[in-house]
Ligand binder design. Structure first.
Ligand code: SAH
Ligand code: SF4
Length: 405
């Protein structure tokens, strides 16, 4: 019984056990529609060249227009600079970008950013430069406002689900963050869908965003530089396997028995460990590719020698890396409701060593941005009241784009 040990955590308007019931009763996670279009127009950021061309007459090349939109390095001070006919074409689209309304720089070089969407909802993203003098940047992106999965240890899980981000908002988040904080080029960018939300609960929009971000006339992101992390939606993993732009897969395992996992992660009541392992075994990995198994380490909950042994058994037969993530504390729910703590450093190292001895390739994640509440599992935003007025949310990248001389 999920509510048993941790109690019924009242969080926002959702009760933790309600979310569990929804998952269990439906035998599926709820199916969410896309966010309502704010203007009734398609987002310019999510259109591929052929779709831009189909909007109306365009003097010149649609691939070139797509490049102008996607390559932030070519933008002028007011956004993409395009010719007259392209400008008329883009008037039929929504050009608003998520607005970066807060920046919280961490001592370790990462920056937690709060992005305001067009309807006033807020999501978070973390910008992580690789190192001083290295232009590579990893962006940790949110795929949903909140999350339906209600994992007991996660701040986002305490919000409940509000809505999916649209493909335009996903691509727009990348472009807005690149513009504000870099990098200049897509070749210096790595994306991880490890922010707020369950990306496989938003397959349609995440999939389209990857098609756009991968396109050679745009940022040209390699699928090997994009990781989608899931709590274990087997139906979603199977769909992901068929995508043309198929990203790397990370699975948040976090427990080694069905009983413990169902207590921490309600989704395990729909797809248990055996179903998960079978899904990973049939996932078609590319040459040299591995599945990342994430494991949030919780003191006295999932950090025993027996857990290490069961984790090694789960990983057997899979090409994998295990990423041990010491629990990051947060105050999204009363401390009494979330009785979790990270093991001390020595216990973390001992767990990782044991895994290595058992044949797992294992690293300990040094979560970045912890001092600014930007580390794994700490991202949360109060649920905004949706607003319909355009002024409530995203900023126009340019309204309309400037005509190039
Ligand atoms: N929803 C997806 C991706 C977002 S969560 C998923 O669950 O995989 C990204 C990672 O943060 C997951 O591996 C999750 O297990 C981990 N995480 C969640 N809460 C955490 C916390 N409080 N401390 C450390 N890691 C946490
Ligand atoms: Fe959602 Fe992932 Fe947090 Fe679970 S760990 S509540 S799936 S964001």
């Amino acid at each position: 019984m999920v509510g048993g040990r941790w109690g019924c955590v009242k969080a926002g308007s959702r009760c933790y056990t309600d979310a569990v019931s929804a998952l269990v009763d439906a035998q599926l996670v709820p199916s969410l529609g896309p966010a309502p279009e704010r203007t009734g127009q398609p987002s310019a950021w999510a259109l591929l060249p052929d779709e831009l061309r189909a909007l109306g007459p365009l003097r010149g090349d649609a691939e070139r227009l797509f490049s102008r939109l996607q390559r932030v390095a070519t933008w002028g001070p007011d956004g993409p600079e395009v010719g007259k006919s392209a400008r008329a074409l883009l008037a039929r689209t929504d050009l608003s970008l998520p607005a970066i309304v807060e920046r919280h720089p961490s001592e370790d070089g990462a920056t937690r950013c709060v992005l305001r969407l067009a309807d006033g909802h807020r999501v978070e993203a973390v910008h992580m430069p690789r190192a001083v003098k290295n232009p590579r940047v990893t962006l940790c992106l949110s795929s949903q406002v909140g999350c339906a999965m209600a994992c007991a240890f996660c701040a986002t899980g305490s919000m409940g689900i509000v809505r999916n981000l649209t493909a335009g908002e996903l691509v727009g988040s990348v472009l807005a963050l690149m513009r504000a904080l870099g990098p200049a080029s897509g070749h210096q960018l790595t994306l991880v869908f490890m922010g707020m939300g369950e990306p496989l609960h938003n397959l349609e929009h995440v999939g389209r965003a990857l098609e756009v971000l991968h396109h050679a006339s745009g940022l040209g992101l390699s699928p090997n530089r994009i990781t989608v992390s899931t709590s274990g939606l087997v139906s979603g993993i199977d769909k992901l396997a068929t995508w043309r732009v198929r990203p790397l897969l990370a699975l948040s395992l976090n427990a080694t028995t069905d009983e413990a996992r169902a207590r921490l992660m309600p989704v395990n009541r729909v797809w248990g460990l055996a179903a998960l392992k079978a899904a990973l075994l049939r996932f078609p990995l590319r040459t040299g590719e591995k599945v990342l198994i994430e494991y949030v380490l919780l003191r006295d909950v999932n950090d025993s020698d027996d857990d290490a042994e069961r984790l090694a058994v789960f990983a057997r037969g899979l090409r994998h890396n295990v990423n041990v993530i010491p629990y990051n504390a947060h105050d999204a729910a009363p401390a009494s409701a979330l009785p979790f703590a990270a093991p001390d450093d020595e216990a973390v190292q001992r767990f990782a060593r044991r895994l290595s001895e058992l044949g797992c390739l294992c690293t300990v994640r040094k979560s970045r941005g912890r001092d600014v509440r930007g580390a794994c599992g700490q991202l949360v935003q109060a649920t905004a009241q949706p607003r319909s007025a355009p002024s409530a949310g995203g900023t126009p990248a340019s309204s309309p784009p400037r005509t190039r001389p």
